[in-house]
Design a protein around this ligand. Structure first.
Ligand code: ATP
Ligand code: MG
Length: 327
């Protein structure tokens, strides 16, 4: 089975966009591949986060992924900073990573522009740490979004360079991995095209029934259709897109017919949508509650994940040290 590694950014709570756009793919992946997941807490240091948040954020994200259905017995999940082996590989890879190529990456240039007073070396060598995360397990596939494509290109470059320098195929060349075509985008309900943390328009998996209802009832709508079977403007289409995902086909058809016959009442539709989102999220929300209040269980899962990851990492490091000359 092909080896797949996925990094998870420990930034706040999961929202419906994350869930349908990313987490659901992870759930499928754990069934079909030899996969591992890690929470990238070292990566978050490039922006100097508050020390109190580091562990808290990792735990939140761990609890939320478990609640979504990630099964640690199928695919280990670990916290990056629990696997120090990654750092040794990061050091080795940095010896063959060049200032020019690191400076040229878009993600570095973007970050340097955003935080001009904190253009640190960690930011510069972000691609080598990411390459180390992948190569430490000799992973073959990495599910990434478009924004990570350039960093994946760097990881391939570092892998090839290392293999070439030492004349041995230590690392497979990792490929970006996307799921068969069906990329979905969850819209925002505030009239913006996308639900996102930066957009501030998220429905979070942890939101309770009342919060969900409040957010959905505030969704932007228009004056209603003025002719039969008319095309839906974007804000209305967004409501229907949501409904298609969380409601039953019958419910969707019911409101679609109402739209087509110009009898739609947005208030009714939103109420139904809020109910269906709540129904969908309720078991996940309970799971989040359960894991968040069970520190011992979270500790055990993270520890077991780290043990499996370290085993795989140590095998790779043995080969790496040997070809470098540390015998
Ligand atoms: P930010 O605003 O900080 O970029 P975000 O809300 O967009 O945060 P990310 O952390 O960038 O969330 O995304 C994590 C994963 O969730 C990515 O794989 C991304 O493609 C996916 N994702 C985020 N928002 C959506 C969305 N609205 N629809 C589908 N997928 C999404
Ligand atoms: Mg984003």
């Amino acid at each position: 089975m092909e080896k797949v590694i996925s990094g998870i950014r420990p930034t706040g709570n999961l929202h419906l966009g994350n869930y349908f756009g990313a987490v659901k793919n992870f759930l499928r992946m754990q069934e079909d591949y030899d996969s591992m997941f890690f929470i990238a807490d070292w990566h978050s240091l490039t922006t100097h986060p508050n020390p109190e948040n580091i562990q808290k954020n990792a735990r939140i994200i761990l609890a939320e992924y478990l609640a979504c259905g990630l099964k640690p017995e199928l695919s280990p999940i670990y916290i990056q900073s629990d696997v120090k082996e990654v750092l040794e590989l990061y050091l080795f890879l940095n010896m063959n990573a060049y200032l020019g190529e690191l400076e040229r990456t878009t993600s570095f240039k973007d970050k340097a522009r955003k935080q001009p007073n904190n253009v640190n070396a960690g930011l510069l060598t972000y691609p080598t740490l990411m390459a180390a995360d992948i190569l430490i397990h000799r992973a073959e596939k990495v599910p990434v979004g478009k924004d990570q494509e350039q960093n994946m290109e760097m990881a391939r470059k570092f892998a090839k360079r290392f293999n070439h320098t030492y004349g041995e195929e230590i690392f497979p060349i990792p490929q970006s991995f996307s799921f068969s075509g069906e990329m979905i985008k969850i819209p925002g309900l505030d009239g913006s095209g996308k639900m996102g943390k930066s957009e501030g328009n998220c429905i979070y998996l942890k939101d309770d029934e009342k919060t969900i209802k409040k957010k959905v009832m505030k969704a932007v709508t228009d004056g209603g259709p003025s002719s039969l079977n008319s095309e839906k403007p974007e804000v209305i289409q967004n409501l229907f897109t949501f409904m298609e995902i969380v409601s039953s086909p019958d419910t969707f058809e019911y409101f679609n017919d109402k739209w087509n016959s110009c009898e739609i009442r947005y208030g009714d539709m939103k109420k139904q949508l809020a109910e269906d989102i709540n129904k969908y999220c309720a078991p996940i929300r309970e799971g989040i509650e359960y894991y968040s209040n069970n520190d011992a269980l979270l500790d055990r899962i993270a520890k077991e994940g780290a043990e499996k990851a370290r085993e795989s990492a140590q095998e790779t490091l043995k080969l790496v040290r040997k070809v470098i000359g540390f015998k």
